[in-house]
Design a protein around this ligand. Structure first.
Ligand code: PNS
Length: 165
């Protein structure tokens, strides 16, 4: 039986920290489905289509990765995809509370789906989509923190000059 994990999130936008988790997840699972939650209550900088496009471009050379979006409960989506695991990255202390709550709630909703946490790579332990967006908004250097396509899209979003133009 194929071992399939769902890697869910907002991915607003995808960062190199996310990509590191996906790559390492692929060492544990036969397939990783990167899934963006639709209809989240959060205000996103990028539309769903923009976020999907950035993921597709950033992960195009990675086999065994599927990109998708989902509505409703994550555990229901996991069952629909024949996945038995939810993959999440965990950074320093701040993530723990939220991740623990979410994992316990998901287990209450469906105890056949396991949540697997990978510690964020040391390089990415203090980065997040939010903090990268904040730096990018004021033209901070975020080049090695996100895939090239994301760096370009952030610059366009904030009307900043693209390098090489
Ligand atoms: O990247 P994020 O925003 O931290 O991801 C949060 C996400 C999408 C994983 C979480 O909000 C989610 O799974 N939502 C789907 C609804 C659900 O299943 N909720 C019950 C578990 S708390």
């Amino acid at each position: 039986m194929k071992k399939i994990a769902i890697y869910p999130g907002s991915f607003d936008p995808v960062t190199n920290g996310h990509i590191d988790i996906i790559k390492r997840g692929l060492r544990l699972f036969d397939k990783v489905i990167v899934a963006i939650l639709l209809n989240s209550s959060k205000n996103h900088l990028f539309s769903l289509d923009e976020r999907l496009d950035m993921l597709k471009i950033s992960l195009k050379d990675m086999p065994n990765v599927q990109i998708d979006s989902f509505e409703g409960l994550l555990v229901d989506y996991a069952v629909q995809q024949n996945a038995h695991a939810i993959l999440r990255g965990m950074r320093v202390l701040s993530d723990f509370d939220y991740e623990f709550q979410m994992a316990l709630m998901n287990r209450k909703l469906n105890n056949k789906i396991q949540t697997v946490f990978l510690m964020a790579g040391l390089k990415w332990i203090f980065t997040s989509s939010s903090i990268i967006k904040e730096a990018a908004r004021f033209d901070g250097d975020i080049d090695n923190m996100v895939p090239d396509i994301v760096g370009e899209k952030l610059k366009k979003k904030f009307n900043l000059k693209l390098s090489g133009n």
